[in-house]
Design a protein around this ligand. Sequence first.
Ligand code: CP
Length: 315
Amino acid sequence: MDQHKTTVKRLSVKHLLGIKDLTKEDIEQIFATADEFKSILNRQVRKVPTLRDMTIANLFFENSTRTKLSFELAEKRLSADVVNFASSSSSVSKGETLIDTVNNILSMKVDMVVMRHPAPGACAFLSKHVDACIVNAGDGTHEHPTQALLDAFSIREKLGDIQGKKVVIVGDILHSRVALSNIYCLQKLGAEVMVCGIPTLIPRHIESLGVKVSYNLKEALQWCDVANMLRIQLERQDTKYFPSLREYTMQFGLTKDLLNSIGKEIVVMHPGPINRGVEISSDVADSDQSIILQQVENGVAIRMAVLYLLAERKD
Ligand code: CP
């Protein structure tokens, strides 16, 4: 990456708290950097010494498979020292506050914190109270910026450009940080965005974000170039939003028959974890139209790019 260093444009932000804070130029710089890291990841020697003087702490106060492993791999591919923290096995259970927990970790000479937390705004709060670069790995129902970046990067890789593309996000929009970050990211890159789902799971006034709304999956699929299928987040639902999962699947589950009936080929995405047979059938998830595993692969390059560019930004 030494050659890249001479051409790199600084990000406009010191932390990655949400896509809302990024400019279009920031996103394009992240993609250009991820392109370079992706080609390095496809080499026989996948590791670069770029962040060998940095120590990064991954703080996960909520479960994760993809994001946690992807950040850890990205950090290790950049030769950073990595420490991992899971709230279930920590002193948080003894009543320690978030700021005290993080300041104790930082006193061990940690440079950057990657955090997932169930509270919306937790990363922004932390960034105002501790002296370290904060990367949001998902804060409650608010934002999941690196997921949106890897999603948009995967669409760009598959379709060549985001500008003018039509993307529908289907499912539990109300509880989804992936949906909000995707809306911001895709719109900044010039895509048209629609949300589709059961009315009780579409936030009121979401049109004010400039998105279209559909309550009919077949119509939404006929409109779009890309369908991003989201799971129903039962763990965040404090009330019943629909009669049963079976009825939800009948109305909003993506099946091969439905996909074949729209008369054109679209790209199918899913951020994971998938609930096979609920929001997406197995034959669609595993089909040639699905780029679900490419999304996961691209996550490592995107997270390497984010960490590298934020480390460059560090004063
Ligand atoms: N897409 C995503 O955030 O997955 P995990 O919850 O497994 O990290």
